[in-house]
Design a protein around this ligand. Sequence first.
Ligand code: NFS
Length: 668
Amino acid sequence: MPKKRDIKEYSTDPAAQEMLLRAEELGIGTAFTRADAMVPCNIGGAGMCCKQCGMGPCRLTKSGETGVCGATLDTIQARNLTRSIAAGAAAHSDHGRDMAFLLKATAKGEAEGYSIRDVAKLRIVASKYGIKIEGRAPEEIANDLADLYISQFGQQTGEIVPATRAPKKRQQLWREQKVWPRGIDREVVECLHRTHIGDDQDPAHILNHAIRTALADGWGGSMIATDISDILFGTPAPILGQANLGVIKEDMVNVVVHGHEPSLSEMIVAASQTPEIIEYAKAAGANGVNLSGICCTANEILMRQGIPAAGNFLHQELAILTGAVEAMVVDVQCIMQALVGLAQNFHTKIITTSPKVKITGATHIEFDEHKALTIAKQILKTAIDNFKNRDRSKMHIPQIKEDVIPGFSHEYINYMLGGSYRASFRPLNDAIMAGRIRGVAAIVGCNNPRSSQDYLHNTVVKELLKNDVLVVQTGCGAIAAGKLGLLLGEAGLTEVGSGLREVCETVGIPPVLHMGSCVDNTRILTVLTQMVEEGGLGDDIDQIPAVGLAPEWMSEKALAIATYCVASGAYVIFGGASPVSGMPDRVSDSDLVLKFISEGWEKLYGGKLEFIPDPQKMIEATLAHIDKKRAALGLPAWEPNKFGRSGDWRMRELEALPLEKKREAIYG
Ligand code: NFS
């Protein structure tokens, strides 16, 4: 019998707890209760089920057992994992492709409402590929860059070009291992081919192609998506925003944008600020239109426009449960099908917009970049027209929200460390080399209703901060930290190790840097590359004292991210269940794939992927890895409380002393 958890076990977020109580009162199910009712299949969950052909599905539960075709458990697990990585890479990269077509349409003046907002970034990116920039209009440069980027998807031979931005030594390694992606689509297609019945049946060989496919995502499709989003909508810089369900407003038309691509959401932001829409909302009796975001769409418009985030992945249903949302506008990825049924309990309209995503029962208003502003206004008017249908007796908005400061692009980190005239990663490298900062952790990825929402994320973040580890975040992990108040200037600095605190105070940054959406994990690759190029931390990414973590992962995109980070040299730790864990109590030969993606990949790429469900063990493994990398670089071992008594803190201590002691302390 499945066990029903207590509401406090569902989520550590008080706003979520309040809404889950509300759901219970109304008798409405959510992903949390469905997770309780649905016991996961432990055979499929461990990658031990093969359904690649009509002779099965074959479930391999006994030692030495094979599928009907003779496929071993190792082969089946490698195939299953590789297919997931291909799906994740496809999702990110298809997003990147759409952005490339949008850039092309904008360059040709055919994209209504769009313009090139960051000409400086356009010029920097284009010049990396030898595109002529001097004496040319931004549209001409953008046209060439769009053509180059579009060609990366269908390229059949050669090397995709964004990967030339990796450290030189890493590029050499990819060539030696023959994993430099030829074309983004080609690698994804080859994944599907190789894992078809009767093809590639050597687990290590299959997994090596998973590496190549993931690289096509991280140093291809995702990097293209980030570049173009910045060029069209502006490179993020710190901006004040808010996060959590309390951003939904009682007196306004609430439109929640959910999904991933900034193309439509940016246009909805623009449309919502036009006099036409404001007047239309007022005429409907509302005080205007209030936009908020969920998932990575939230991150995209939060970090660029300061539009508040209503929450992360597990908040999508809870936002509708407030009864105050006129429309939830979705595009692609991480959209629960349950939204439509849930919305029927209220007046909320679920509006699908992507030609790739329809949900039965939802209203479909298809997005077209050639008339995006017109469509955005149509969507907003549909939401405004729905305002009159709101049943105020069903309304329940938790009054919980936090201020946040997101927007730490790698360009901004570079600038903030060195200033306009000497932008540089030197101070960060120096702080790591001295031991003020012990290392860096990128804590990213999803929520998963199988664990308590935000608990693993925030437990790991808080403990690493105490240990002088600088934390960068993206995706739903970043929103989790935001809801907890960790993305705010100096808030939370009292909970931070003294060395890290000193750096944060000197530079004026929060101890947790919000770097964007999940495709923006490429910004982290760029930061790591720039740290290598700055010098003092080795000559490749695998030497930097840094770890990547996805404590609450659930999507295939997360697996693709993990794999390209490993291929780039990072140690990656996932919480929750491993998709290739095997079932040791039932088979004895089930850990080859698990070992290969850890020890095997480490030998080949210097990075490894491990699944560690226990947060304390996750923290220990992170710190041990950071310390190991420090030692390998010959850096001093990290010591707690060694730093942190300079600058303002020193002044405060001195001020508290009686005059004589003060003299003594200053002059000796
Ligand atoms: Ni990333 Fe963004 Fe969130 Fe997970 Fe989904 S929103 S792309 S996949 S759930 S972090």
